[in-house]
Design a protein around this ligand. Structure first.
Ligand code: PBG
Length: 330
């Protein structure tokens, strides 16, 4: 790298005016980089607030189109749907995941009809549907890999048939990307994309999400036998390599801000579309500090999102997506 020395070189010159700063900016952030996660609930009426995530709500199907309207109008490319399954529909095997009339399938059909140009991402994992809160089925207290994958394949086909465009397996079972790809293809769903939660860590930052879906209270133990150890980085590259080999179209790193080094390594190693999830705990942490006036809201939102882009992310799943899109369009 060639760097002059002071006083011939003054790096502050390029920072003097807004227009110069724009000219030399190395990274861009636009609405195209935003994905908005949404919680769908049963029942009708006003959206209900998620207590642990100030500003985030669970929305019933009757208000869903209205809820999504702004995101579509602002040009957010895709939204990610998560169901708050009623407790009486949760079972040990999570069979509601396979119901063609479950919340996600109904939401997908409704939104496809209303907003044909909006991409729909469906989370594939059993935790919103199991009474024990794990992402797969339990056998002798262990989340059984291969049996869980057999169910996840069918869950993915069920969602894709309802109109989900991108299947996003978040379960961290081994081999699920290949099995899901084969199952989708066997049903002729060759255009359904797969965004793999490839490097997903066993994180404390999912707490508010589990609260939002009601999968927290029930969760027995933790998810450390399938989600990754936060100590590992090389292992993330193996996870990503395997998922790409099995047919993933895009990969994801999750959580986001504490794992930007992983985003960068994945992007630089594979040069494939790499997404990051600024998860519920990151949102809760930022939104709380912003509500207390400790961090400027607008600048804080855009700065964290720019950080993901600088690290190499193609886009970010963020609960701030609509707010960020408004700021970027202003
Ligand atoms: C479930 C899933 C989780 C999130 C997305 N999909 C939680 C978990 O693994 O326990 C977390 C998202 C967030 O915290 O915002 N498979």
């Amino acid at each position: 790298m060639i760097t002059g020395s002071f006083p011939t070189t003054r790096l502050r010159r390029n920072r003097l005016d807004p227009w110069t700063r724009r000219m030399v900016a190395e990274t861009t952030l636009s609405v195209d980089n935003l994905i908005w996660p949404i919680f769908v609930r049963a029942g009708e009426g006003e959206p209900t607030p998620v207590a642990t995530m100030p500003g985030v709500v669970r929305v019933g199907l009757d208000r869903l189109a209205r809820h999504v309207e702004d995101a579509a109008r602002l040009g957010i490319p895709a939204i990610a749907l998560f169901p708050a399954t009623p407790a009486d529909l949760k079972t040990a095997e999570g069979t509601e995941a396979l119901n063609p009339e479950n919340l996600i399938c109904q939401a997908a059909r409704l939104l496809k009809a209303e907003f044909p140009d909006l991409g729909l991402i469906g989370d594939v994992a059993l935790d919103p549907y199991t009474d024990h809160g794990h992402d797969g089925v339990l056998r002798n207290g262990y989340v059984a890999n291969d049996e869980s994958v057999e169910i996840l394949e069918r869950q993915a086909v069920n969602q894709a048939q309802a109109g989900i465009d991108i299947i996003a397996p978040s379960d961290m079972m081994d081999g699920r990307i290949g099995s899901i790809r084969t199952a989708l293809d066997a049903e002729g769903l060759i255009h359904t994309r797969i965004m793999s939660y490839a490097a997903k860590y066993a994180s404390a930052f999912y707490g508010p999400f589990r609260e939002a879906l009601g999968s927290n209270a029930a969760l027995k133990g933790d998810k450390k036998t399938y989600q990754m150890n936060p100590a590992n980085s090389d292992e993330a590259l193996r996870e990503v390599a395997m998922d790409l080999d099995e047919g993933a179209d895009m990969v994801m790193v999750k959580p986001g801000m504490p794992y930007l080094d992983i985003v960068r390594r994945v992007h630089e190693t594979f040069h494939v579309p790499t997404f990051a999830y600024q998860v519920s705990g990151e949102y809760a942490m930022l939104a709380s500090a912003m509500n207390l006036g400790l961090i400027d809201r607008e600048r804080g939102i855009l700065e964290t999102l720019m950080g993901f882009r600088r690290a190499g992310a193609s886009g970010v799943l963020t609960y701030f997506a609509v707010e960020a899109a408004r700021l970027l369009r202003a």
